[in-house]
Design a protein around this ligand. Structure first.
Ligand SMILES: Cc1cc2nc3c(=O)[nH]c(=O)nc-3n(C[C@H](O)[C@H](O)[C@H](O)COP(=O)(O)O)c2cc1C
Length: 256
């Protein structure tokens, strides 16, 4: 009981879970203050800001500088036209970020014998581009969220997106970065796993489950607060079904 109260309070206050935040450089402040936003205003984003965000993605580092990513962009009207509904959370702009082995396909025939490695690298590189864009948006005062499921926007709806966006072979839709303005006060930061469970000096620590008890508790309490009329097991069953569907669609990208 004491633990539940302690974890509820930690969750409620969004207790800082990083090192001291005073005197941090601006970039670190951005990283620690970034939050996923789930409610956007009707304001638009200036074209030059969109361009800067997309360029931040293009300037991300990548394996052998191969830039194995594509960004498919939508304003509100374009999203509505394509998907028949508004951008999730009423965002102003959306970028479907794909791992892309198609564009360089012809150039990379020598590497065609290692599809799983190639795709893993493409996914990793596209993830770096996604995060660059996410932080660029923060720096411009634009709020954002990455989606993989909500509104059929990412990896968990691969088959749907491949068909809707007519994606060629080797282009895997990973996530949609939704951008917009919002003056909403963000709730406390979702609980992070403790540093000792994640950072492992010198060797892998396989005995960390005990360290995760508070984190799991906080996640569960957070779910209950966010979904008072829902049931955790039902939610889990929903994800399991979606993930099994996605598994079929994603496997072929990794050459199996
Ligand atoms: C690749 C990716 C996919 C995500 N997909 C969803 C999603 O489908 N729906 C959603 O509400 N949040 C989604 N999120 C947001 C996470 O839930 C969020 O990042 C996490 O809870 C931590 O909260 P924070 O971003 O505010 O720090 C996604 C985040 C990432 C990075």
């Amino acid at each position: 009981m004491f633990r539940t109260i302690k974890n509820f309070l930690a969750l409620f206050t969004g207790a800082p879970q990083s090192a001291s935040r005073t005197g941090l450089p601006e970039t670190l402040k951005l990283i620690f203050n970034r939050r996923s936003c789930r409610s956007f205003s009707t304001d638009e984003i200036a074209p030059q800001d969109i361009e800067a965000i997309l360029d931040a993605g293009r300037f991300a580092p990548s394996t052998v500088n191969l830039q194995t990513w594509s960004f498919i962009t939508f304003d509100r009207g374009q999203w509505q036209q394509t998907f028949g509904r508004p951008i999730p959370f009423k965002g102003a702009y959306a970028i479907v970020i794909c791992a892309d082995r198609h564009r360089l396909g012809g150039l990379l025939e020598d590497l065609s014998g290692t599809p799983a490695v190639n795709m893993s690298l493409a996914v990793f590189n596209a993830g770096l581009a996604a995060m660059n864009m996410n932080l660029a948006a923060e720096a411009l005062g634009i709020r954002s969220i990455m989606l993989s499921e909500t509104g059929r926007t990412g990896l968990l709806d691969t088959a749907f997106l491949v068909e809707k966006l007519n994606l060629p072979e080797g282009v895997l839709p990973l996530t949609t970065l939704v951008l917009g303005r919002s003056s909403m006060q963000m709730p406390g930061i979702p609980p992070r796993q403790p540093r000792d469970a994640v950072v492992m000096p010198q060797r892998y620590n396989a005995d960390c489950p005990g360290l995760l008890a508070d984190w799991f508790d906080q996640m569960f309490i957070g779910f209950k607060i966010g979904h008072p009329f829902s049931n955790f097991d039902r939610q889990l069953a929903f994800y399991r079904t979606k993930m099994l569907e996605a598994e079929q669609a994603v496997r072929r990208y990794f050459g199996r």
